[in-house]
Design a protein around this ligand. Structure first.
Ligand SMILES: [Zn+2]
Length: 253
């Protein structure tokens, strides 16, 4: 080995040239080694016992036939099932509104779904009535089978405030408790899948970052609403916040 090194040194008599020939230890923001070629795609993200899979709002009302259907919403389910076995920790969220929730266009006379309105905490998009507590539409899609999920976090149950994010309501300050749960259980990195990419998934990823947690969105396990440029808007914010966008095929144990 020493002889090989010497020969290597001799071949690169110039030390600078030699040092440049050494493999550079590239790592990603999680400390995982990247491929030697800087431009080569990260081959694999290794899932650890401290990682959590957050499955956002895979509910009947967000799937085809539902009150606020996301195109191909149910197509996220096979992708989620494929990666779920990699995770020791799985958490589900469930949009869970009062029948007269302030995010419903129906409670604002003269307003239509998808219009913007100003509420006490700022701008809010108005939606069709959806995910009403106890309704069929609020149930998780029947094809979603994740019996190991350890927590079902309901959100949006305060009549006055909507909650896109799994971490904070739409005033961006009222916590749902999920941040505390992850902290107490020492779950330190969040992988997010579900519906919809440009709203509840994206906001959850931004808030995970605001709590200092690395966040990865599994893009092929999400579908978007794409309302008035919402995908481009959230992607700019995700990039600025350092959210990693990956594919389910990037994951391994
Ligand atoms: Zn909602």
């Amino acid at each position: 080995m020493a002889a090989m090194r010497l020969r290597h040194l001799y071949r690169h008599r110039n030390f600078w040239e030699w040092s440049c020939a050494l493999p550079v230890p590239h790592v990603d923001l999680f400390g995982h080694k990247l491929n030697k070629d800087r431009n080569e795609r990260l081959a694999s993200i290794h899932i650890t016992p401290q990682d959590v899979l957050l499955v956002v709002d895979v509910q009947n009302d967000f799937c085809p036939g539902g009150a606020l259907a996301v195109a191909e919403g149910d197509a996220v389910i096979p992708a989620i099932h494929r990666i779920a076995p990699l995770f020791q920790h799985i958490i589900l969220t469930q949009d869970w509104h009062n029948p007269d929730h302030s995010s419903f266009a129906s409670v604002h006379p003269g307003k239509q779904p998808f219009e913007q309105i100003n509420l006490s905490y700022g701008s809010q998009t108005l939606w069709p009535d959806h995910c009403i507590q106890g309704s069929k539409g609020a149930e998780h899609h029947p094809a979603l089978t994740l019996p190991r999920a350890e927590l079902v976090l309901r959100k949006g149950f305060d009549r006055e405030i909507d909650s896109y994010s799994a971490f904070f309501e739409n005033d961006r300050t009222t916590p749902t408790g999920l941040g505390g749960y992850l902290k107490e259980r020492n779950l330190t990195r969040v992988f997010i899948a579900g519906l919809a990419y440009d709203y509840c998934v994206g906001y959850s990823a931004l808030d995970a970052r605001s709590l200092g947690l690395p966040a990865v969105i599994l893009r092929d396990a999400c579908r978007a609403i794409d309302l008035n440029g919402s995908v481009a808007k959230i992607e700019a914010e995700l990039a600025a916040a350092g959210v990693v966008i990956a594919q389910t095929t990037d994951l391994s144990v």
